[in-house]
Design a binder for this molecule. Structure first.
Ligand SMILES: Cc1ncc(COP(=O)(O)O)c(C=O)c1O
Length: 410
C-alpha cells in the first residue's frame, strides 16, 4: 500500500518548523487548526492594503471592505447549505453562538419546568450556557446517556422526549471521541414527537471534518468556530432558520444593530444584524472567508476521505501497542479524524510531555468534556486529532513517541 501523504501540507508554513529540534508533528487540530498561507495572506492584504471600518464609511475602501465582508456571509451560507445569508450571524466563536441562543431564544421561550435535552458527549460550551439559563428560568436539563463507549443511546433519548421538551442541544462530532452522531435521526425523532421543539447542533468539529448541510439535517441552529476550520481566532458562526431568528430579541445592544435610537425607545435591525452589536471582527471574517474558499477548493469530501484513510491506518497500529486503549467507536466509519486513548500505567499528562519532547503535539486532559470523562470512567485521555495536512509520517511519529513513553514510564 502506498504511503498516505497530504498534498496540501506545503500550504501551511508552520509545518516546516521544529519543536525541541524535531520536525513539528501537529496532532492537535481539534483544539485549533494551523493556518494556510491563503488565510494569512488574505488577512494581511486587508491590514496592509485597504483596512477601514465597515457598514458606515462612504469612502471607497470602507465600501469595498463592506462588500467583501458581506460576501463572506454568502459564502458561509453556501458552505453549510443555508437557504440565505440572512441566516448567518457572525459571533466570536461557537461558545458565543450558543450563549446567544441560550440568552436570546432561551430567555424568551423557556419557563420554569420546561426541559432541555443535552447529550453526555457535549463540550462545556454546550452545557454551561444552558445551566446558566436553567438558573435564570427554572428550566430543567436532561441528559442523553451513552451506550458503552462512544455512542449516544437513541432509545434513551426517545424516552426523554416529553411535552415539556423545548430544545435539544447535541454535538455533531464529539471533540473528545470523534463520534459522528446521527443528528438527522435525532432531529427527525424530535420533529415527529413535537414540531415545535428546537434543535441546536454544535458543529464545531463536524464543519471541519465533513460536508455539512443544515437544511438536509433540518437543524434550527448550527454553530461552528473559525479557528478550527483553518481560519483565525475571534470569529464564529451561528446559523439559525430565518423565522426562528426573526422571533428572537437582541443578545447585546450597541452600534450597528439598531434602526433608530431615542431615549424613549430603540428599534432594531432585522437578523442577522440585530445580533451583531458593535464593530465586528472585520479582518477575521475575511480570514474565515479565505479558509472556506480554501477547504471548498480541496472539497470537504476529499478531506473526509483523507482523514478516514489516516484513521484506518492508525487504529490497528495503535491497537497493537500494549496497554493502549482507544476510546470511542471501534468502527472508523462512525468517527471523524480524532483518536482519543489511554495508556495503562501512564498518566495522560506524562504521555503528553514525552510526546512533546519527540516533537509531537497532542492534547491531554478532559477536553472540556468533564461529564463525558466521568461517563467513560477516566479522568483524562490523550487525544491526537487530524487536519487535512496530517500524513502517515505524523502517525508513525506518534506511535514511536508512544513506544518511547511506555518504555520510560514502565
Ligand atoms: C465540540 C466543540 N464545541 C464547542 C467548542 C468551543 O469552541 P470555541 O472555544 O471556539 O468557542 C469546541 C472547542 O473545542 C468543540 O470542540
Amino acid at each position: 500500500m502506498s504511503r498516505i501523504v497530504s498534498s496540501w501540507r506545503a500550504d501551511f508554513p508552520v509545518l516546516a518548523t521544529t519543536m525541541h529540534g524535531k520536525p513539528l508533528v501537529f496532532l492537535d487540530s481539534g483544539a485549533s487548526a494551523q493556518k494556510p498561507r491563503a488565510v494569512i495572506e488574505a488577512m494581511d492584504r486587508v491590514l496592509s492594503g485597504g483596512y477601514a471600518n465597515i457598514h458606515r464609511g462612504l469612502y471607497e475602501i470602507s465600501q469595498n471592505l463592506t462588500a467583501a465582508f458581506e460576501d463572506v456571509r454568502v459564502r458561509v451560507a453556501r458552505f453549510i447549505g443555508a437557504e440565505s445569508e440572512k441566516e448567518i450571524v457572525f459571533t466570536r466563536n461557537s461558545t458565543e453562538a450558543i450563549n446567544l441562543v441560550a440568552q436570546s431564544w432561551g430567555r424568551t421561550h423557556l419557563w420554569e419546568g420546561d426541559e432541555i435535552i443535552l447529550s453526555a458527549m457535549e463540550h462545556h460550551a454546550n452545557i454551561v450556557p444552558w445551566q446558566l439559563l436553567a438558573e435564570q428560568t427554572g428550566c430543567v436539563i436532561k441528559v442523553i446517556p451513552l451506550t458503552g463507549e462512544g455512542h449516544l443511546d437513541l432509545s434513551a433519548f426517545e424516552q426523554l422526549l416529553s411535552e415539556k421538551t423545548k430544545l435539544i442541544g447535541v454535538v455533531h462530532v464529539s471533540n473528545a471521541l470523534g463520534t459522528i452522531n446521527p443528528v438527522e435521526a435525532i432531529i427527525s425523532a424530535a420533529r415527529a414527537f413535537d414540531p415545535a421543539i428546537r434543535v441546536l447542533v454544535d458543529g464545531s468539529q463536524s464543519a471541519v471534518h465533513m460536508a455539512v448541510d443544515v437544511r438536509a439535517m433540518d437543524a434550527d441552529f448550527f454553530v461552528f468556530t473559525g479557528h478550527k476550520l483553518y481560519g483565525p481566532t475571534g470569529i464564529g458562526v451561528l446559523y439559525g432558520k430565518y423565522a426562528v431568528l426573526e422571533a428572537m430579541p437582541p443578545y447585546q445592544g450597541g452600534g450597528d444593530m439598531i434602526e433608530r435610537v431615542r431615549f424613549s425607545g430603540t428599534t432594531y435591525k432585522e437578523p442577522p444584524y440585530r445580533f451583531e452589536a458593535g464593530t465586528p471582527a472585520i479582518v477575521e471574517v475575511i480570514g474565515l472567508g479565505a479558509a472556506i474558499d480554501y477547504v471548498c477548493e480541496i472539497g470537504m469530501e476529499a478531506i473526509a476521505a483523507h482523514e478516514r484513510a489516516l484513521l484506518d491506518y492508525a487504529t490497528p497500529l495503535m491497537n497493537t501497542l500494549k496497554g493502549v486503549r482507544i476510546h470511542g467507536p471501534e468502527n472508523t466509519a462512525e468517527k471523524a479524524g480524532i483518536l482519543s486513548f489511554s495508556v495503562a500505567g501512564g498518566h495522560p499528562s506524562d504521555i503528553g510531555m514525552v510526546l512533546d519532547q519527540c516533537g509531537v503535539a497532542v492534547r491531554t486532559g478532559h477536553h472540556c468534556c468533564m461529564p463525558l470523562m466521568e461517563a467513560l470512567g477516566v479522568e483524562a485521555t490523550v487525544r491526537a486529532s487530524f487536519g487535512l495536512y496530517t500524513n502517515q509520517d505524523d502517525l508513525d511519529a506518534l506511535v514511536a513517541g508512544l513506544n518511547k513513553a511506555r518504555m520510560l514510564l514502565s
